[in-house]
Design a protein around this ligand. Sequence first.
Ligand SMILES: COc1cccc(Cn2ccc3ccc(-c4cc(N)[nH]n4)cc32)c1
Length: 239
Amino acid sequence: MRLDYLSIFPAYFDVLDISLVGKAAINGLVEIHAHDLRDWTHDRHRTVDDTPCGGGAGMVMKPDPWGEAFDEIIGTESDPSVHVIFPAPSGTPFTQSAAAELSSAQRIVFCCGRYEGIDHRVIDYARSMWTVHEVSLGDYVLNGGEVAALAITEAVVRLVPGFMGNPESLAEESFSAGQDGLLEYPLFTRPVSWRGLDVPEVLMSGHHGRIASWRRDESVRLTRERRPDLTDSDSSGIH
Ligand SMILES: COc1cccc(Cn2ccc3ccc(-c4cc(N)[nH]n4)cc32)c1
């Protein structure tokens, strides 16, 4: 999997060399390439923004640098196997199933906007050439797309076959298909007693049936408490 990042702050992605994603890069599972969008400007000030047509606050990212960057980084041929991701507050909420789908992609290009966003023609052009995803991380506004791109990268790369040492652990996580759409149950490890707080006795009983039942009950309780929106979905084990 090749991952490209287009941003006016490419140094945001240096952190990928440190993290587990960096390890995947060393193992050859992923290739990471960060690019400075200003490298595709031609004026002295390396300008990437301009005032919004129709007026309004803030600045909008000009289309020209994006188009030239696309030509060089992706090419000028249409290819639906290339996934181009535009993080945006107006995007579709990013989910674990979206991460799972993207984990089989051979090529993902992250377009990290700043200011008030990117000229919409850039997204329209990308849609005419590649598979485009406009995605939101959640109902809050970040200053740009870089943090979202890092989060999406981690969610996707950890699902790439060969990345996780113990792939079975993926099946037990919150939001993974195997969990019936339920939140993960509380986790404990040694010591059994810590600052007057004890591990639930059932977990020390060695009775696998009771442990499984306790864990499911806890998942149902937590999901009902914190994510009632998940309890009505068809995939959840509770209705
Ligand atoms: C109406 O859009 C905006 C209004 C004010 C500021 C910004 C800042 N901004 C610029 C590019 C950009 C890309 C993604 C995000 C983003 C994504 C999520 N989930 N939150 N925020 C925010 C971004 C955008």
